[in-house]
Design a protein. Structure first.
Length: 290
């Protein structure tokens, strides 16, 4: 048996590709990748014509997605999340370590959002969706879209680099006080800016640094790779760490600390923070002053 979701496109200022406009409008295909898969499987129609990844919409069209009910999960993931900010358009949560943001697994942040985020009162309310990713082991702030229009708007802000992200990490070894790391990642230009906030001596690691990080690009594992390439891997990094200095059992000391951006609907300048975990404060007692 099939279920069909429909969406009427409002008037648009300019034509836009369906695979860009359609992110977030269907509960059965919320993400970019899910939408592309649905298009390739010919599950989406625009005015009763099968849509493709090359389809543009101009406004006023009826878009429908038909999918087998067997593919839609009936189970709900019950996982309590800390909600740091929420309004009718978006939310911000704390992502704990050891859980995927999204993907094929049942236990993901994406699957836990419905039981933690309030349903929007806006007309285009949809299933809440993360609009960016954090690594499995990384903790910290994660931005969620609650309506179709806000998911598209937040994706556009990330694409235009209009959201400033700040991380904190604990790194190993004596470092220059500040600098830019510009090593290519996967043959693509990449840049990370760092500032050493505090340093302590360690009997095992020699020197540990509390480092503020501002990624200027968004490559996969960028901060972890850049710090490792600099010769100062993140404490607890089993993938990019230096073999004799890998800390086991304590997790990765990388935390997404803040997001700064202009709210795409209220025009309010937001600076949202997720305070550093206690395990950071055990090593650096002055963190309370940040």
């Amino acid at each position: 048996m099939q279920t069909t979701e429909t969406h009427i496109v409002p008037s648009l200022i300019a034509p836009i590709r369906l695979q860009e406009y359609g992110v977030g409008i269907f509960n059965a295909a919320l993400t970019k990748s899910a939408l592309k898969k649905a298009l390739k499987k010919k599950l989406i129609m625009v005015n009763d014509v099968v849509a493709t990844t090359a389809t543009y919409i101009k406004g006023g069209e009826c878009i429908s997605l038909s999918i087998s009910e067997e593919t839609i999960s009936k189970k709900k993931l019950i996982l309590q999340l800390d909600v740091l900010f929420e309004d009718d358009y978006l939310a911000v949560i704390h992502k704990p370590a050891g859980i995927l943001v999204s993907g094929n697994s049942f236990k993901t942040i994406a699957n836990a959002l419905v039981s933690n985020i309030k349903k929007s009162n806006r007309s285009d309310t949809t299933k809440p969706q993360p609009v960016h990713r954090l690594d499995f082991e990384t903790t910290g702030i994660l931005l969620i879209g609650k309506t179709s229009s806000s998911i598209r708007a937040l994706n556009k802000l990330f694409k235009n680099k209009a959201i400033k992200k700040t991380y904190f990490a604990i790194t190993i070894g004596e470092m220059e006080r500040r600098g830019d790391i510009t090593h290519d990642i996967d043959d693509k230009p990449s840049q990370s800016r760092y500032t050493v906030c505090e340093t302590v001596t360690s009997s095992r690691f020699g020197t540990l640094n509390l480092v503020q990080l501002e990624p200027q690009t968004g490559r996969r594992h960028q901060l972890r790779k850049h710090l490792s390439q600099l010769g100062h891997p993140i404490l607890g990094d089993k993938v990019y760490g230096i073999e004799p200095l890998i800390l086991n059992g304590k997790g990765l000391y990388l935390h997404a600390y803040s997001l700064r951006f202009v709210h795409p609907f209220t025009n309010e300048e937001l600076c949202l923070k997720d305070e550093l975990p206690k395990r950071f404060r055990k090593i650096f007692e002055s963190i309370e002053q940040l």
